[in-house]
Every structure is written in structure tokens, then in C-alpha cells.
Design a protein around this ligand. Structure first.
Ligand SMILES: *[C@@H]1O[C@H](CO)[C@@H](O)[C@H](O)[C@H]1NC(C)=O
Ligand SMILES: *[C@@H]1O[C@H](CO)[C@@H](O)[C@H](O)[C@H]1NC(C)=O
Ligand SMILES: *[C@@H]1O[C@H](CO)[C@@H](O)[C@H](O)[C@H]1NC(C)=O
Ligand SMILES: *[C@@H]1O[C@H](CO)[C@@H](O)[C@H](O)[C@H]1NC(C)=O
Ligand SMILES: *[C@@H]1O[C@H](CO)[C@@H](O)[C@H](O)[C@H]1NC(C)=O
Ligand SMILES: *[C@@H]1O[C@H](CO)[C@@H](O)[C@H](O)[C@H]1NC(C)=O
Ligand SMILES: *[C@@H]1O[C@H](CO)[C@@H](O)[C@H](O)[C@H]1NC(C)=O
Ligand SMILES: *[C@@H]1O[C@H](CO)[C@@H](O)[C@H](O)[C@H]1NC(C)=O
Length: 406
């Protein structure tokens, strides 16, 4: 008896652990290339009849092991159909237009005859409910990502979707590296700024092809209220990002940007937040030199889908600790395939700022060429003078020799 309870306990525990796993599936098209991908968790709550005017509610999760039979990949419509248990299924219908795709509906079908789930059910029917979750505007060739819970209540069924990664219309047979993040995730991860400048300016997302040069912003972080800056940065910033197959650009408006961050011994962080742009710079101090180590950028355009890009393996803006890094020329930083940063009149010092002033600057090679040009011109001039002098000397000697022979 005891033993039995023990086994049951462990089975239940095992089941519980098993249940908390995500469901990951890949569907290939007729050419055997990946066309649908999902990694997600779904909790179901279903109320069903167990007698006259008597009902029960059962909770269960989408199991780890599901079948994908009945899934279909077409050019503009796709269905991800996950079958599980005794005749239950969960089917997601996708449609696509030029730049984006969306989930039209989720059809959950459950078989009340399955007594392992619906104990004492008086019905032996198979029922279906259709939910319409708001999963829209997912950029083509990106995957939809949503850690937040998305709760769908339809009739006697409640479905909770969370930790969702979903990609339909996969191109080239491999899952995209870029995600379209759901708004719920974006609002829940907004960073708390330490310094507020102003937040009055209008959004800057008019995607005109000829954007003016972005305004240079001055940003600094102080360890506490009374201290002078420990991190300083000045630059103008433009971001280019893909929306479908179009590239759009947006400028950061310093007057409508909040500054946050922290100074550390081994790493310092600068966070800039505006209505449309959220960017985090992580600098590393490798004892003698510093560099920009990581960038995490979120662009939320007024229209279209949010773009998130992160690169945690960068080695740019290198200069000695105790000096600053400077690049007056426009600099292009490719963060990911879908997002590029352009900096203007850049100067940063993430470590060892004293008296609130920049230390001597290490200039980027782009700027160096402007110094190189006078050097080249000078060298050319020097050579020219040398040639003239040599020619003159040779000329003089010739005439001298001439005189002698005469
Ligand atoms: C989903 O169900 C599992 C197991 O019942 C539970 O641990 C988890 O907290 C539930 N998650 C949500 C978001 O309801
Ligand atoms: C069941 O509920 C209906 C109305 O909701 C009521 O008229 C009926 O008497 C109830 N039946 C029983 C057996 O309680
Ligand atoms: C389903 O239930 C109905 C009564 O509710 C019964 O007449 C029928 O035989 C059942 N069908 C099966 C396949 O069990
Ligand atoms: C900041 O400076 C003010 C006066 O200048 C002083 O009263 C206060 O104690 C200082 N605060 C800290 C945290 O040093
Ligand atoms: C900084 O890095 C050095 C060496 O990598 C390490 O010894 C030290 O503890 C680190 N300091 C902090 C504050 O993390
Ligand atoms: C940079 O790191 C070294 C050790 O890794 C440390 O001695 C030095 O103080 C750090 N510089 C600053 C400005 O924090
Ligand atoms: C980038 O930022 C987003 C949201 O702020 C976060 O979810 C994500 O984990 C970050 N990525 C990296 C690589 O730090
Ligand atoms: C980071 O980049 C270096 C070379 O630039 C490469 O060797 C290394 O594997 C990369 N690391 C990661 C985690 O991508």
C-alpha cells in the first residue's frame, strides 16, 4: 500500500515535470524543407458535464509528444495541426500577405470520450472551439516570439499560450534568426531609466528616404546624484531596420530620450529609451583597453512590426581605459541582418571619466584618412621639391661642365 502510494507519487511527479516541458515541432513541406516551426506551451482548462446540471473542470497541458499529421504548408496559407492523446488536436491557421503573416484562428478539438482526461463525462462527443488570438503583423522571415501569457476563453475552454516561438512560411528551409516580439513582452521589459531628460517630442518614425543627419545627443551616467559622470557618450544615432523586404530608417531624438545605465569595473552599460527606440550598449574593460561588447536594440515603429536585434559578441570602439574613443565620420555597425546602426560625431568613454570631461581620444581609422590626405599631399610636395632640386643641381653641373669645355 505504502509502496503503491510512493509509485503513484513519483508517477505524478514525473508527469508534472513532463508536463512543464515545451512542445517543439517542425513541419516539412513536400520538398522536405522546413516550412513550419513551433516551440510553445499551452495550458488548457475545459469544463464538461458529468451529470445533469453538473460539470467538472479539468486542467491539462499540451504534451511534449504530439503528431503533426494534417499540417499543411502552402504559399499564402498554412496549418499547423498538433494531434495528441485520444483524438484531441490543436490547429493553428496562418495566412500571409506581402510583408507579414498572422494567425487567423486556433481550433482546439477535444474528445470527451477520452476518460483519461474527461473522467465521468456524460457526453461522448468530439467538440471544437475556435479562438482568435491576436498574433498579427509578424514580419515574413521572422519568427513570432512571446514569453507573456496569451489567454483565450471560448465557451467552456480556456487556453493559455506562453513561451511561444512560432514561425510559418519559413524560407530557405531554416528557422529565422530574427524575431517579431509581441507587444506584451515589449512593455513588460522596458528598462527603468535613472535620468529623465524630456519626453515631449513627437515620434520620429516618418520613414522618409532622405532623413536629416540625426541630432547629436550628450549622454552621461553618474554613480550617484552628487557625483560627476563615470560614463560619457555623445553621438547622433540612426537605425536602419527591415520591414518585410523594405529597409526603413529612424533617427534617435536626444530631447525625447531617457538615459539610463551603470558604471562598473569590468563592464558599463548605457541605455537609451525613446518612444520608438530602445537601445542598450554594453562596454567591457579588458584591463588595459575597453570595447563595445554587446548591443541590444528594439525598434518599435509607429506602423509595422517591432524589430529586436542583439549582438553580444562585438569588438568595436576599442581604446585604452582612461581615454575616449572618437569617430566623427558616419560609422556603420551591422548588428544583425535586419538591423544596422549609423553613428555620427561619436565620442564615448565608458570607464575612468574624471571631472566630467572626456580624456584624450583615440580616433577611428575613418577619421584618420582625413589626416592621411594632408600627409600624402605633403609627401608628394616634398618629393616634387626634391626632384626640382636634383634637376637644378644636375642642370648646374651640366652648365659648369659646358663652361669648362669651352
Ligand atoms: C500551466 O500548467 C502547469 C501545470 O499544471 C503549471 O505549472 C503552470 O504554472 C501553468 N502555466 C500557466 C501560465 O498557467
Ligand atoms: C437543471 O437546470 C435547469 C435550469 O438551469 C433547471 O430548470 C432544472 O430543474 C435543473 N435540473 C436539475 C435536475 O437540477
Ligand atoms: C454516445 O452516446 C450516446 C448517448 O449520449 C449513445 O446513444 C451512443 O451510442 C454513444 N456512442 C458511442 C460511440 O459510444
Ligand atoms: C549631496 O550634496 C548635498 C549638498 O551639496 C549634501 O547635502 C548631500 O548630503 C549630498 N548627498 C550625498 C549622497 O552625498
Ligand atoms: C573584474 O574582472 C577581474 C578579472 O577578470 C576579476 O578578478 C574581478 O573580480 C572582476 N571585478 C568585478 C567587480 O566583477
Ligand atoms: C579595468 O579593469 C582593471 C582590471 O581588470 C581594473 O584594474 C581597472 O580599475 C578597471 N578600470 C576601471 C576604470 O574601472
Ligand atoms: C535584448 O533585450 C530584450 C528585451 O529588452 C531581451 O528580451 C533579450 O533577452 C535581450 N537580448 C540579449 C542578447 O541580451
Ligand atoms: C565571437 O566572435 C569571435 C570572432 O569574432 C568568434 O571566434 C567567437 O566564436 C564568437 N563567439 C560567439 C559566442 O559567437
Amino acid at each position: 500500500m505504502f509502496w503503491c502510494a510512493f509509485v503513484v507519487f513519483f508517477l505524478a511527479l514525473g508527469n508534472e515535470l513532463h508536463l512543464s516541458h515545451a512542445t517543439e515541432v517542425s513541419v516539412n513541406n513536400t520538398e522536405n524543407k522546413l516550412c513550419l516551426y513551433a516551440n510553445l506551451m499551452v495550458n488548457f482548462s475545459v469544463t464538461y458535464e458529468v451529470g445533469v446540471n453538473k460539470s467538472e473542470t479539468v486542467l491539462f497541458v499540451l504534451p511534449e509528444n504530439v503528431t503533426t499529421e494534417g499540417s499543411i504548408c502552402n504559399n499564402t496559407t498554412s496549418t499547423l495541426k498538433l494531434g495528441f492523446g485520444d483524438g484531441h488536436s490543436w490547429a493553428v491557421e496562418f495566412t500571409k500577405d506581402n510583408k507579414t503573416y498572422q494567425v487567423d484562428s486556433i481550433v482546439f478539438t477535444y474528445n470527451l470520450k477520452d476518460s483519461s482526461v474527461f473522467t465521468n463525462s456524460t457526453s461522448n462527443e468530439t467538440k471544437s472551439v475556435t479562438a482568435k488570438p491576436r498574433i498579427t503583423n509578424v514580419g515574413v522571415d521572422t519568427y513570432y516570439s512571446c514569453k507573456s501569457e496569451n489567454v483565450q476563453r471560448v465557451e467552456s475552454v480556456t487556453q493559455t499560450l506562453y513561451d511561444v516561438t512560432l514561425q510559418a512560411f519559413v524560407t530557405n528551409g531554416s528557422k529565422s534568426d530574427t524575431d517579431t516580439v509581441c507587444t506584451a513582452d515589449l512593455t513588460s521589459t522596458t528598462v527603468a531609466p535613472t535620468t529623465t531628460v524630456t519626453t515631449t517630442a513627437a515620434p520620429t518614425s516618418t520613414p522618409t528616404p532622405t532623413l536629416p543627419t540625426p541630432t547629436t545627443g550628450n549622454y552621461s551616467i553618474a554613480p550617484d546624484f552628487n557625483s560627476t559622470a563615470c560614463l560619457m557618450a555623445t553621438f547622433g544615432l540612426r537605425i536602419g531596420f527591415k520591414q518585410g523586404d523594405k529597409v526603413e530608417t529612424i533617427n534617435l531624438v536626444p530631447s525625447a530620450t531617457e538615459v539610463g545605465g551603470a558604471c562598473g569595473v569590468n563592464s558599463s552599460i548605457l541605455i537609451l529609451t525613446s518612444d520608438t527606440i530602445n537601445i542598450m550598449f554594453t562596454f567591457s574593460n579588458d584591463s588595459k583597453k575597453f570595447h563595445l561588447h554587446a548591443l541590444n536594440v528594439t525598434v518599435k515603429p509607429a506602423t509595422g512590426v517591432a524589430v529586436v536585434a542583439a549582438n553580444t559578441n562585438m569588438s568595436i570602439w576599442v581604446a585604452a581605459v582612461g581615454s575616449s574613443y572618437m569617430c566623427n565620420k558616419e560609422q556603420t555597425l551591422t548588428v544583425t541582418e535586419t538591423l544596422t546602426l549609423y553613428t555620427f560625431k561619436l565620442r564615448v568613454q565608458p570607464f575612468g571619466v574624471e571631472k566630467g570631461e572626456f580624456a584624450t581620444a583615440h580616433e577611428c581609422s575613418l577619421d584618420d584618412t582625413s589626416i592621411l590626405i594632408p600627409v600624402i599631399v605633403g609627401a608628394a610636395l616634398a618629393i616634387l621639391i626634391l626632384i626640382v632640386v636634383i634637376a637644378y643641381v644636375i642642370g648646374r653641373r651640366k652648365t659648369y661642365v659646358g663652361y669648362q669645355t669651352l
